[in-house]
Design a protein around this ligand. Structure first.
Ligand code: ZN
Length: 233
């Protein structure tokens, strides 16, 4: 057990935060694999971004460290448990709570459990995710306490010593951009702007100076504000 204590599995959605986490993991660990989940319309866009980002990141720095990618299809399971835009013909929209109607409660708990099961099989000790509660705490399953409780539960339930790492947990979005620049310079910043997807509404949308998106949903507003702060504007 734990023969590969430095080997990591990154929960990689194709978004800005998980891309920065993947870059950080490649800088820190000799072997890094990625896991993603297919379960809805919005993420179909993210999923299309993933292989492009992986290929470009691997070429940017740290060659030879990026290992296998694992995409888990949760579509029918998520549709069965959620009255969401995934289950019918309803358009993806934002609810009064500011969360998209594709949101499934406890989604990250499920993701972490599946990631840990895969990591156990692949002998990867470190599970790395882009959860963050500094700028946006709409998702209770992204909170630091939730992640710490999940580490305890997974280690007890699987008799392992996983380490759950959330390097962005206490960073502002501007600080996350600075971390990206420290890791890979303007080339990594440009990669994130051009290739990652954050917008809730799915479409790639117009190309703004901070990246693609509708420009008005909470995720786009947060991404733009973080980028402006990063650039000092
Ligand atoms: Zn948007």
């Amino acid at each position: 057990m734990n023969a590969n204590a430095d080997h990591a599995l990154v929960l990689f959605s194709g978004g800005q935060d998980s891309t920065i986490c993947l870059a950080l993991a490649l800088a820190r660990h000799p072997h890094v694999e990625t896991i993603g989940f297919r379960y809805g319309q919005r993420h179909a866009v993210e999923l299309a971004c993933r292989p492009v980002i992986r290929e470009k990141l691997a070429g940017l720095r740290f060659p030879g460290r990026l290992g296998a990618d694992h995409v888990i299809d949760l579509g029918p399971a998520m549709a069965a448990v959620g009255e969401t835009a995934l289950t019918g013909n309803a358009a993806i929209a934002l609810g009064a709570d500011g969360l998209p109607n594709t949101f499934v409660p406890g989604r990250n708990l499920l993701f972490l459990t599946l990631a840990a099961a895969l990591a156990a099989r692949r002998d990867l000790r470190r599970l790395i995710g882009g959860m963050c509660e500094t700028d946006y705490s709409g998702y209770p399953d992204c909170r630091d306490d939730t992640i710490k409780a999940m580490q305890v539960a997974l280690n007890l339930g699987m008799a392992r010593r996983f380490v759950l790492e959330t390097p962005l947990m206490w960073l502002s979005k501007a600080e996350s951009w600075h971390l990206a620049k420290d890791l890979g310079g303007e080339a990594l910043v440009a990669l994130i702007i051009e290739e990652t997807h954050t917008c809730y509404l799915g479409a790639r949308g117009a190309r703004h100076d901070w990246g693609h998106g509708c420009g008005t949903c909470p995720a786009c507003v947060l991404r733009e504000a973080g980028y402006r702060a990063f650039r000092g504007g």
